[in-house]
Design a protein around this ligand. Structure first.
Ligand code: RFL
Ligand code: PHB
Length: 389
């Protein structure tokens, strides 16, 4: 078998890249380790930047999002009972879209099916070979047989635990990492959202986030120690903690109910440079991880795809390699700014075990400043709605 671009990973970045390339006449094969049902069962991101919304439309996968997604023109930051509204629309002229990653992925699968793209599920033992030569190929096992696809380029869209990043020799890779000493316990419940906008809450009991998927489906998170397991958190314990973190006027009207999903995700900042090794390119979580506090992970994956799809189309269709030569530097410029924002949001909103009173006062002062300074609010809004591609 032969194709232009082998895409490893059928998550949002792999599917979006495949969709944009195919529509431009570049042939792809997507290799995904899991089943489609498994990929679609993962509850993850919820906030799409305007640039992400535009890319999904450009890919022909945006119609349902425009119908069912919820445009939000602001969000709330709270510190105990102080509520600070960030008005994205007024401060930046832009809004974000609340629409689950699960739905984005389902829409991309539907769009790929409609154009007859090749996606192989449940592949195993994927190995990228000769990426530093002009004749790379990818070997893998599918339906019990070992197979090989020759290609011009390989896109590593296989997430943090994939094989692509590790294919780049250690002598070439520079890795930067910050691991935070807590995770987020997330709960999905079929209840109306606590508030019409997202609330990022700092409190004496730690961080909490009140988010949503639709008017009858809420998504909440609370900060937990890394040693906690999901089994440690009954629904009652979760609601009690959430209520204690939210401002009283919101907590007072919170509707609780049984959880329909509950999981714990550790928080980490990570970047692996460069994003290119020969004919292999890293995209999305395969190259970088941000803590979810700034809602940037999926959006960064999409901006990587923006740069790479243009570069690959130029290379495959026109034989021009300037785009692939500059991909890593262009994408990393934006990645590091999102890293900084996600890190600062995480520091502004979380309680660190064993911290002193000074650290807690710094968080309070940052939130008070946000309440009183339009300049501070505009800076936050500009980053939250997404820096330009
Ligand atoms: P994914 O989604 O991890 O997809 C990678 C795919 O590759 C497959 N794979 C392999 N396939 C073949 N061979 C192998 N060896 C393979 N190894 C792995 C996997 O099965 C998978 O299908 O990476 P991608 O596409 O780069 O997308 C990145 C996003 O998923 C991620 O950044 C976001 O979910 C992060 N994130 C958020 N991002 C936002 O922009 N806004 C948010 O509000 C937001 N909230 C979140 C989040 C992530 C969270 N968790 C659980 C990590 C909230 C949470 C709780
Ligand atoms: C979510 O709805 O899952 C969500 C929203 C905002 C974030 C992180 C997660 O910053």
């Amino acid at each position: 078998m032969r194709t232009d671009v082998v895409i490893i990973g059928g998550g949002p970045s792999g599917l979006l890249l495949s969709q944009l390339l195919n529509r431009a006449g570049v042939d792809t094969v997507v290799l995904e380790r899991a089943s489609r049902a498994h990929v679609l069962g993962r509850i993850r991101a919820g906030v799409l930047e305007a640039g992400t919304v535009g890319m999904l439309q450009q890919a022909g996968a945006g119609d349902r999002m425009l119908r069912e997604g919820m445009p939000h023109d602001g969000c709330i930051f709270s510190d105990d009972d102080l509520m600070v509204r960030i008005d994205f629309a007024e401060l930046t002229g832009k809004t974000v879209m609340v629409y689950g990653q699960t739905e984005v992925t389902a829409d991309l699968y539907a769009a790929q099916d409609a154009i007859g793209a090749t996606i192989l599920h449940e592949v195993s033992d994927v190995a990228i070979r000769d990426a530093d030569t002009d004749a790379p190929f990818v070997a893998f096992t599918h339906e019990g047989a070992r197979k090989r696809i020759d290609c011009a380029y390989v896109a590593g869209c296989d997430g943090f635990h994939g094989v692509s990043r590790k294919t780049i020799p250690e002598s070439v890779r520079r890795e930067h990492e910050r691991v935070y000493p807590f995770g987020w316990l997330g709960v999905l419940s079929r209840t109306p959202p606590a508030h019409e906008e997202l609330i990022y809450a700092n409190s004496a009991n730690g961080f909490a986030l009140a988010s949503m998927r639709n008017p009858m489906l809420s998504r909440y998170y609370v900060q937990v120690p890394l040693s906690d397991r999901v089994e440690d958190w009954s629904d009652d314990r979760f609601w009690e903690r959430l209520t204690s973190c939210l401002p009283r006027e919101v907590a007072g009207t919170l509707v609780t109910g049984p959880s329909v999903e509950k999981s714990i995700a550790p928080l980490r900042s990570f970047v692996s440079e460069p994003l290119r090794w020969g004919r292999l390119f890293l995209v999305g979580d395969a190259a970088h991880i941000v803590p979810p506090t700034g809602a940037k992970g999926l959006n960064l994956a999409v901006s990587d795809v923006f740069y790479l799809h243009q570069a690959l189309i130029r290379a495959v269709r026109h034989g021009e390699t300037d785009g692939i030569d500059s991909y890593s530097a262009r994408a990393l410029g934006r990645i590091w700014k999102a890293m900084r924002f996600s890190w600062s949001m995480t520091m502004m909103l979380h309680r660190f075990d064993g911290e002193d009173s000074f650290a807690a006062e710094m968080r309070k002062a940052t939130l008070l400043h946000l309440a009183q300074s339009e300049t501070a609010r505009r800076d936050l809004a500009e980053n939250y709605i997404g820096l330009p591609f």
